[in-house]
Ligand binder design. Structure first.
Ligand SMILES: Cc1ncc(COP(=O)(O)O)c(C=O)c1O
Length: 402
């Protein structure tokens, strides 16, 4: 099983390691898969690690003293591994079930003042958007959006942000990589802007499309709340994610969902919470998922560290982007090669859903969006092969010429 630290896994990226990882993903054997941003394929080794973890828990317990050190060890290893990837102390990381719960649960426990403004980018996921609206309704706040869907340059995003910020802005919500266009948002620069702001707004960053695809440390350092999941670009099992909380959020925020796992041990006081991010963890979880995610981190690390993996991802997404752009009637949403693995495009005279249906019939798995930006999205990961991108370009070419 993996020990956790990225440095411990560091190896030179090699085609053999990529081929071995691909071989270990049954989901890639019978289709051309471009939906990593929806869900990453689970390596066989991760599935095996979960089965073994379940078996071990049953052999030791399931609810018996000998299980405790095993489960505690698992929790400790994964917390350390994810904290290392985020460049933070493990005390700042709490486990969640998915991206959305990491984005929204801490928001309920922040001190809002009536009349404050929540500022959400126009490219955010519906779950966090809906939550902001409900918090605003209950707490008498304003919700405002700022448009970033057409931005690919940091300066453009900062200009839009500056125009939208108000003295009463108390929260900014911005994804690290937009889930529709795939553009990277300048999170570090946004964080600097917000620290200069009179109201010091909280910065919530949705890391759904970045965690496992791009290095996280700089963006995590700028965010008050950085939420991600294991089941997309980390290729782990569904049902396990994490959030990183800033020191100031840990000092000011209070968890709304409180359970026994959030309580500090060794006290008779009924409401004595952990002093660190564990206060946001609630109760019994499916611990074998942790063994699965640890193994997925290890499997990805056999290809290289996050910087090396991003270089491989960008090579594939860049080839695809160039290939699509040369087709008449095809428009890529980004004007330059993607900063991550997402390649979004439109095909003239065909709705995104029609394009996806056409590709599905031919064994290619992608997804379409109607809102906030109508497009088709292809995701390239380290396991994407050049021929898969070429196949996609050829299929789209046949669609536009027929
Ligand atoms: C940007 C973004 N945020 C949130 C989500 C929701 O993820 P989850 O189901 O893990 O909460 C997604 C899923 O695609 C996403 O792309």
């Amino acid at each position: 099983m993996a020990s956790g630290s990225e440095a411990a896994f560091h190896q030179e990226a090699s085609p053999a390691a990529i081929a071995a990882l691909r071989q270990d993903m049954p989901a890639l054997a019978n289709k051309v898969y471009f939906n990593y941003g929806g869900q990453g394929p689970l390596p066989r080794a991760s599935l095996q690690a979960m089965v073994e973890s379940w078996q071990r828990i049953q052999a030791l317990g399931p609810f018996a003293k000998p299980v405790v050190p095993y489960v505690e060890g698992l929790i400790l290893s994964l917390r350390q591994a994810l904290a290392d990837l985020c460049g933070v102390a493990p005390q700042r990381l709490a486990f969640t079930e998915n991206v959305t719960s990491g984005c929204v649960l801490p928001l309920w426990g922040l001190p809002w003042r009536p009349g404050d403004q929540l500022l959400i980018s126009h490219g955010e996921h519906p779950g966090v958007v809906a939550t902001c609206h409900e918090i605003a309704r209950r707490e008498q706040l304003q919700v405002k959006t700022f448009s970033v869907q057409d931005c690919s340059k940091a300066a453009q995003v900062l200009e839009r942000l500056d125009a939208a910020l108000q003295p009463r802005t108390c929260l900014v919500v911005l994804s690290h990589l937009l889930w529709t266009t795939g553009a990277a948002m300048p999170i570090a620069a946004v964080g600097r802007r917000l620290r200069e702001h009179v109201n010091q707004p909280w910065l919530l960053v949705d890391g759904a499309q970045s965690a496992g695809a791009v290095p996280l440390q700089e963006a995590v350092a700028a965010a008050d709340l950085y939420a991600f999941t294991g089941h997309k670009w980390f290729c782990g099992p569904e049902g396990l994610g994490a959030m990183v909380l800033s020191q100031r959020l840990l000092e000011v925020g209070t968890p709304t969902m409180i359970g026994w796992r959030g309580l500090a041990p060794g006290t008779d006081q009924p409401l004595r919470l952990h002093g660190d991010a564990r206060r946001y963890e609630i109760a019994t979880s499916c611990y074998p998922l942790m063994a699965g995610l640890l193994q997925s981190l290890h499997s990805l690390a056999t290809v290289g560290d996050s910087q090396q993996r991003l270089a491989i991802i960008r090579e594939q997404s860049g080839h695809l982007w160039h290939g699509l752009r040369q087709l008449p009637g095809v428009e890529t949403l980004l004007p330059e090669p993607p900063p991550g693995g997402l390649v979004s495009f439109r095909v003239k005279d065909h709705s995104p859903q029609q394009v996806v249906n056409f590709l599905t019939e031919r064994g290619l798995v992608l997804r379409s969006f109607e809102k906030p930006t109508a497009c088709v999205r292809a995701c390239c990961h380290v396991t994407t092969e050049l021929v898969e991108g070429q196949r996609l370009v050829a299929e789209i070419a046949s669609l536009v010429t027929n």
